[in-house]
Each structure stands twice: as C-alpha cells, then as structure tokens.
Ligand binder design. Structure first.
Ligand SMILES: CC(C)(COP(=O)(O)OP(=O)(O)OC[C@H]1O[C@@H](n2cnc3c(N)ncnc32)[C@H](O)[C@@H]1OP(=O)(O)O)[C@@H](O)C(=O)NCCC(=O)NCCS
Length: 140
C-alpha cells in the first residue's frame, strides 16, 4: 500500500537517491541543503510517498506569501505511469488550499519537454512569462 506523509529525517538518503534516479539533481544545487532549507521553513513541506518502507515519490511544496511553488516532483522510474504523480500533485494542491494559497506554480526545464504533457493532463496551463533570476551565493 502506498502512503503519503511528510518527510522525516530518516528519508534523507533515500529521497536524494530518488531525485538522482529521476534526473532532478544538478551540480549547482545541493539536494541535501535543499532538504534542510525546506524543512526549516514554516511555509514549505516535503511530501513523501512510501511503499513497503521505501521512498517512491516526492513533492517539495511551499509558498512565498503569494503563490505556491512545487519542486522535486518525482516518482521512482519503476513506479511511473501508475497514477502516483497525479496523487502527489493533488496532495501539493491540498497543502496549498489548506493555507489559503490560490495558485500553484512550477517550472519545467527546457530539456524536460516530456513532462509538459503530464502537467497539461492535470489541468496546468503554460504561462507566457520570462523568468529572471540572479545567484546571490556567488555560484555561476
Ligand atoms: C513527472 C512524473 C512525476 C509523473 O509521474 P507519474 O506517476 O508517471 O504520473 P501519473 O501516472 O500520475 O500520470 C498522470 C497522467 O499524466 C500522464 N502522463 C504521465 N507522464 C506523461 C508523459 N511523460 N507524457 C504524457 N503523459 C504523461 C499519464 O498518462 C496520466 O494520464 P491519465 O491519468 O489520463 O492516464 C514522473 O514521470 C517523474 O518522476 N519524472 C521524472 C522527474 C520529473 O521530470 N519531474 C518533474 C520536474 S518539472
């Protein structure tokens, strides 16, 4: 049976392994630090899907006082296309609704074109916005 729950410290290594298996890590982002930063925030959570003691899915969700954002949406490659991604997104949406957040946003990397169809199936629409950013930590 798959259960959905909040992150606990003993998930850390398995969660990072899941993100790596799903191709979500990048050299300039430290997933360990991303976990620590997220769980220290009162406005963010990591939702974890567990089956038989194994971490098989995740969604990092938070809000910035205006919009909700989702990161690290992942389903174990061997468990994909069985409805878990949809359930994780629904759980992230509920998390936002419970906090009065009216809109959930996410970014898709250009090389991850395949996932667009997933979000479209779930009713997400592409916005015509350009995202500007600047590193504040000196990392290129
Ligand atoms: C994206 C991801 C979380 C989807 O999880 P999943 O468990 O496979 O998705 P689901 O089975 O819940 O799919 C929900 C619906 O989307 C559709 N869908 C899923 N992946 C799809 C794809 N690549 N292309 C087209 N449709 C897709 C499914 O067919 C399903 O439609 P249905 O309910 O009408 O049958 C998973 O593929 C993943 O972990 N990918 C790697 C990490 C990643 O890219 N994360 C997102 C970063 S922005």
């Amino acid at each position: 049976m798959i259960t959905m729950r909040l992150f606990k410290e003993s998930d850390r290594a398995a969660l990072i392994a899941l993100w790596q298996a799903c191709g979500l890590t990048r050299p300039w982002n430290d997933p360990d630090q991303d976990i620590s930063f997220c769980i220290a925030s009162p406005a963010a959570s990591i939702l974890v899907a567990e089956e038989n003691g194994a971490v098989i899915g995740s969604a990092m969700v938070g809000h910035d006082g205006h919009r909700g954002w989702i990161y690290y949406l992942a389903v174990s490659p061997t468990q994909q296309k069985a409805g878990l991604g949809r359930k994780l997104m629904a759980a992230a949406e509920d998390w936002c609704r419970q906090r009065g957040v009216p809109k959930l946003m996410l970014m898709v990397r250009p090389e991850n074109a395949a996932v667009r169809a997933f979000y479209e199936t779930l009713g997400y629409g592409e916005e015509e916005r350009v995202i500007f950013s600047r590193r504040l930590d000196g990392v290129d």
